[in-house]
Write a protein that binds this ligand. Structure first.
Ligand code: G
Ligand code: G
Ligand code: MN
Ligand code: NA
Length: 250
């Protein structure tokens, strides 16, 4: 059976789950939220990483119902978390282009009762490359609504500093390829320092992804990076496990 048929069926039958990876505030020294990551066990194939089905979902338009489900499920889970814990949701360029994203965000917030300020959308530079005016307007409307915007995988792909100047956003997520070389490679340290410094100069926060070692976290803390995530702080985990982690660490 083709991947497309299985993916269509997964949407109809609700075969998706979310995993939550803790985000840790170096400032407050506590878990500050989680990134929602899509999981699918494809019948007869086992776990399919999102990289292997998101591109097809984008081509076929299935990304719209999948993305709407992710938003709703993520908000529904997060509303049960204590305090001001945030939830970050990945949004692909196709969701921006195909329309319906703002409606999906609105529906997820309304149905869950989650405060908009607790929702963060992670966009890649691919979003910023297309339909500049329309993208700009949509990002502005979302931010006026109180939703935060993070630029994901920063430093990879078609990064352009021009995007950071043109578009409104709240956080830069430094790609894990830079973090993994921290401590071994002097140029990785220089790049991380520059991106954190640039983020602060622009008045936004920095998140470092893929932190696996204590020394990496210490270097990032010394550079003033506000937030980290990675296996050192927790792997992507089911919502119930994330809630237990939060309960035992706060
Ligand atoms: O843990 P991981 O293999 O889940 O993530 C792989 C990639 O898939 C990452 O680049 C991540 O941004 C992307 N991804 C994970 N979940 C989602 C999702 O719900 N929507 C979109 N568009 N991308 C996702
Ligand atoms: O592109 P995005 O940042 O959304 O992708 C998140 C991806 O990174 C997921 O596949 C997730 O499982 C993976 N990931 C999260 N933390 C770590 C880490 O510490 N090390 C490695 N190698 N991968 C990680
Ligand atoms: Mn992400
Ligand atoms: Na990333």
């Amino acid at each position: 059976r083709s991947l497309e048929i299985d993916l269509r069926q997964a949407v109809e039958r609700g075969e998706f789950r979310l995993a939550f990876q803790p985000q840790y505030s170096l400032e407050q020294q506590r878990v500050s939220g989680a990134e929602a990551l899509l999981r699918w066990t494809r019948p007869g194939h086992g776990n399919m990483p999102p990289d292997q089905f998101i591109p097809l979902a984008e081509e076929t338009g299935l990304i719209a119902p999948i993305g709407a489900w992710v938003l709703e499920e993520a908000c529904r889970c997060a509303v049960a978390w204590p305090g001001e814990l945030g939830i970050a949701v990945n949004v692909s360029p196709a969701q921006f282009r195909q329309g319906g994203l703002e409606e999906a965000v609105e529906a997820a917030l309304a149905r869950s009762g989650l405060a908009a300020s607790r929702l963060e959308l992670e966009i890649t530079e691919g979003v910023l490359m297309h339909d500049t005016e329309e993208t700009l307007d949509m990002l502005q409307r979302l931010r006026r609504r109180g939703v935060r915007i993070a630029v994901d995988d920063f430093g990879t792909g078609y990064s352009s500093l021009g995007y950071l100047q043109k578009f409104p956003f709240d956080k830069v997520k430094i790609d894990r390829s830079f973090i993994q070389r921290l401590g071994q490679d002097a140029s990785a340290g220089a790049i991380v320092r520059a991106v954190v410094g640039m983020s602060h100069a622009l008045g936004v926060r920095a998140n470092a992804e893929g932190v696996e070692l204590r020394e990496q976290a210490e270097l990032l803390c010394a550079e003033g990076c506000e937030e980290v995530q990675g296996y050192l702080f927790g792997r992507p985990m089911p919502a119930a496990e994330f809630l237990r982690l939060v309960d035992t660490t706060t």
